[in-house]
Structure formats: structure tokens, C-alpha cells
Design a protein around this ligand. Structure first.
Ligand code: 2HG
Ligand code: ZN
Length: 461
């Protein structure tokens, strides 16, 4: 054990510390596979007092700290590649007091998203922020990254569901932010600074999460489309005619990778270039007939080739599986990921330009299109040819990215919609944020984290 680690153990004898190779590798990386993990050790606090003790120790010994939740992030925000101490919250995973009147519940940061969803369901309520990684992602990480997902169009991002936060700042202070209140106009709301700060200001050690009434089981439609340009035509027809809780799209290449795993049958007799999955937000299925009429209108226009509507909850889940399995099914290709967004009204023009740009620049790489197109959010994954070394592949993708981001900038969009900035996108922050904003971000960081120990090198260079 290195002298600083021995000192940590001496100061906090109950603190679980791991230094074995497997743990260093496991906890030192997230789902981004570009950075070899090299942490100093893994700390697993069980109490807020231990978290504060870790921060005090880190300030004294000038050791960088990396917060670690479910490590399902895709931008390297939870990577420890430079001898940092990883602080894993998996032992702080209790769901605490529930307030039925306020419809809130207190969570420790290590509560897994699916556990909160299940807890809410057991109380006859719902935690509606949802994504494919809800079985592993944790509430603390969701807050640190302001995670989005598949229902943002209806329920918003994690930010909307955080009624209160308890944090330990990089200076070791314990702050209670907003105390679960619905109204609290008393100046700067630091809660919102911590949401999406990617662990650069401090640790989330507790959260009061909002819950809501569960939606009635909703119908899901999966539609086959002849062209990318039709995705937004179909969106406009449905958006005008009915309330949606999801509007997702994916390309036939994406479907091909999902089907190749052999878990799901092809959804249609014939394949089509693109697919749209939409979920209705429609109590008691009153709008199912309307949805079918809207579908027929799209069919007449030639914007849709085929379609299927769920007949049961199980069937709806099966249709969702085509969309939700994409990310996992392309993981073996070490994809270079882009998670970009533009204002929804600009999506048609943006995807036309982006399509032309990617086709011209990636003649030899497979590019997979999918995403939360109803939020103007595209996930562009470029798959690595197996023979190409990772470094060379990444360099090639970063060169093309200069142009992709120039386009994003021209369209007034964002270079990271929901995956955060982390390590992977930190050099591009100025695509989305002005120089003045970045300078203010730095000042805020030094106010909350005077020694620069909190997840250094992430988000800000
Ligand atoms: C999704 O929408 C996730 O499935 C992952 O945000 C996206 O892997 C990706 O690019
Ligand atoms: Zn996504």
C-alpha cells in the first residue's frame, strides 16, 4: 500500500479499499472503451462521513478523485486512467424515507435506476426516466450526468426529477440543496449546478427524487420507412395528431446488428432503410384508432412502407427491444460515438447535410444511425473495422468530427445531447459553450473544488 493509501486506511479504518487488479480494471473504466484504466485504488464508502473523510484526505495528499456509479457512461466521465482514487457508491444504495403526499423518495447515490423504478411501482407510482442501462446505472451517476433516455419527449431529463440534493463539495463541505421543496425562490439553485456537472464540483451523497402517477399501458407502433427524410415527416403527422411519450428511430444497419444476435425475429417481412418506434401517451387507448388513421395517412403519402402496433404489454416490450438493444449489439465493434442534438425544427435540414457529410467522409466505415429523434437527438456510431488499430480509428473519426461539429455549430446545436462531455468530448466543449461560459465554469469549479481534486480533466481541460 502506498503511503497516502496507508494514511487513508489509518484515518478511516472501516472504509472498504480495494487494490486488486480485477477491481482496478473493473472500477477504473466505464462503457467508453478508449482509455486503459489505471486507478490508485477503489474506495467504497458506506456513509457520508466516510465520503467527507476521503475528500479531506484527498485535499491533504493532492490525490484526484473519480466518482463511480454504474459506469454505464459513454464519454469517459467515470474513467480513472491517471492514478486517481475511484470512489464507488455501490455500498450507499439504500432507498430511504418516502413521502406519499409530496410524491418524493430519498435515495442514496448508489441506488440502481431499476431499483428506484421498482420501488415506485410497488408504491403505485412511477419513476419515469428510463434507458436501456437502467439495470446497472445508478441515481448518483444519472444526476451527475443529467441522464436522458427514451421518454424525454414526455418526462424530460433527470434534472426534472431531482427535488433535493445532498452533496459533499471538493472543499469537503456538506450542502443540503433545496430540501425537496416544490418552491424555493431564494437565489442561486446550486442543485442544478451539480446536476450534469459530471462529478467536477463534488459528490452527490443523497437525493430526493420525484415520482409520478404511472401511465396506463401504452400502445407502441413500429413503422418501416423508405428514407431518412421521411422520419421527420412521420414525426410531424403524429405530433400534430396525438400525444407521444416516445419517438425513436433507427437505421436498417442498426436493426441488422440487433437481429444478428439471434434474440429477436425480423419485425417485418421485408427490410426497410429506416424504422420509427413511437409510443402513445394516451390513457385508456382512446387514441389507438387515431394512431391507425395517422399511420394510414403516412402510408398513402409513401412515407411509411409497413407498420405494426402492439397488441399487448408483452408485445409492446418486444417492439421496444429492437430499439433498446442497439447500443449493446454494436459494442463489440468499439464504436466511436457521437451524441448530437439540434433544435427539433431544424432536424430535417440537419440530417440531410449530416447524411451527405458522413457518406462522403466514411466510405470505408459502417455508420449506424439511431436516436431520440423526437428530441432532435442523434446517436451516430461509427464501427471500427476489426483490422484497424484503435488509435488510427479514433484519429480518423476525430478528423471527420471537426466537420460534424462545424455542422452542429452552424445549426446552433449541441455536441453532446445526453451522454455528457467526460474525456471523450472535452476538447470540443467550445462547440456548445462560449468562451465566456467556459471561463465562468472554471471559476465555479474552483469555488466548489479549490484544489482541483474532483474528477480533474473531465468536462473542462
Ligand atoms: C441509447 O439511446 C443510449 O441507446 C446509447 O443513449 C447510445 O450507444 C449509444 O450511442
Ligand atoms: Zn440515448
Amino acid at each position: 500500500m502506498s503511503p497516502p493509501l496507508a494514511r487513508l486506511h489509518q484515518t478511516l479504518p472501516q472504509l472498504v479499499l480495494r487494490t486488486d487488479e480485477d477491481s482496478l480494471r473493473h472500477y477504473g473504466q466505464d462503457w467508453t472503451r478508449y482509455y486503459p484504466p489505471a486507478p490508485l485504488a477503489i474506495a467504497m464508502p458506506a456513509t457520508v462521513a466516510e465520503v467527507q473523510g476521503i475528500v479531506r484526505w484527498a485535499r491533504e495528499h493532492k490525490v484526484a478523485l473519480v466518482p463511480s456509479g454504474g459506469r454505464t457512461g459513454l464519454s469517459g466521465g467515470a474513467v480513472a486512467a491517471n492514478g486517481e482514487l475511484v470512489v464507488s457508491f455501490e455500498r450507499m444504495n439504500r432507498i430511504g424515507s418516502f413521502d406519499r403526499i409530496a410524491r418524493t423518495v430519498q435515495c442514496e447515490p448508489g441506488v440502481v435506476t431499476a431499483a428506484l423504478q421498482q420501488y415506485a411501482a410497488d408504491k403505485g407510482l412511477c419513476y419515469p426516466v428510463d434507458f436501456a442501462s437502467s439495470g446497472s446505472s445508478q441515481i448518483g451517476g444519472n444526476i451527475a450526468t443529467n441522464a436522458g433516455g427514451i421518454k424525454v419527449i414526455r418526462y424530460g431529463m433527470t434534472r426534472e426529477w431531482v427535488a433535493g440534493l445532498t452533496v459533499v463539495t471538493g472543499a469537503g463541505e456538506l450542502l443540503e440543496l433545496n430540501r425537496g421543496l416544490a418552491k424555493n425562490n431564494t437565489g442561486y439553485d446550486f442543485r442544478h449546478l451539480f446536476i450534469g456537472s459530471e462529478g467536477t464540483l463534488g459528490f452527490v451523497v443523497g437525493a430526493t427524487m420525484r415520482l409520478t402517477l404511472p401511465p396506463a399501458p401504452q400502445a407502441v407502433l413500429l413503422l418501416a420507412l423508405p428514407a431518412l427524410a421521411d422520419v421527420m415527416r412521420v414525426f410531424e403527422v403524429f405530433r400534430e395528431g396525438i400525444t407521444l411519450s416516445a419517438f425513436e428511430f433507427f437505421s436498417d444497419q442498426a436493426l441488422g446488428h440487433v437481429l444478428a444476435r439471434g434474440h429477436l425475429p425480423p419485425p417485418f417481412e421485408a427490410r426497410a432503410p429506416f424504422y420509427v418506434l413511437l409510443e402513445l401517451d394516451d390513457p385508456a387507448h382512446a387514441g389507438d384508432a387515431t394512431a391507425l388513421k395517422l399511420f394510414e395517412r403516412c402510408l398513402e403519402q409513401g412515407w411509411v412502407l409497413d407498420g405494426v402496433m402492439s397488441l399487448s404489454l408483452q408485445h409492446a416490450r418486444e417492439l421496444w427491444a429492437y430499439r433498446e438493444s442497439i447500443s449493446e449489439s454494436i459494442t463489440p465493434y468499439t464504436p466511436y460515438k457521437n451524441d448530437i442534438a439540434v433544435n427539433i425544427s431544424r432536424v430535417p435540414a440537419f440530417i440531410a447535410s449530416l447524411d451527405a457529410l458522413l457518406a462522403a467522409n466514411y466510405p470505408d466505415f459502417e455508420v449506424i444511425w439511431y436516436g431520440h429523434i423526437g428530441d432532435g437527438n442523434l446517436h451516430i456510431n461509427v464501427l471500427k473495422p476489426s483490422a484497424l488499430p484503435l488509435e488510427a480509428f479514433r484519429d480518423a473519426c476525430e478528423q471527420v468530427n471537426e466537420q460534424v461539429f462545424a455542422l452542429v455549430r452552424d445549426f446552433g446545436g449541441s455536441m453532446s445531447a445526453e451522454h455528457g462531455v467526460g474525456l471523450l468530448k472535452r476538447d470540443y466543449l467550445s462547440v456548445s459553450r462560449s468562451e465566456q461560459e467556459i471561463a465562468l465554469m472554471r471559476s465555479l469549479k474552483s469555488a466548489f473544488d479549490p484544489d482541483g481534486i474532483m474528477n480533474p480533466g473531465k468536462l473542462l481541460v
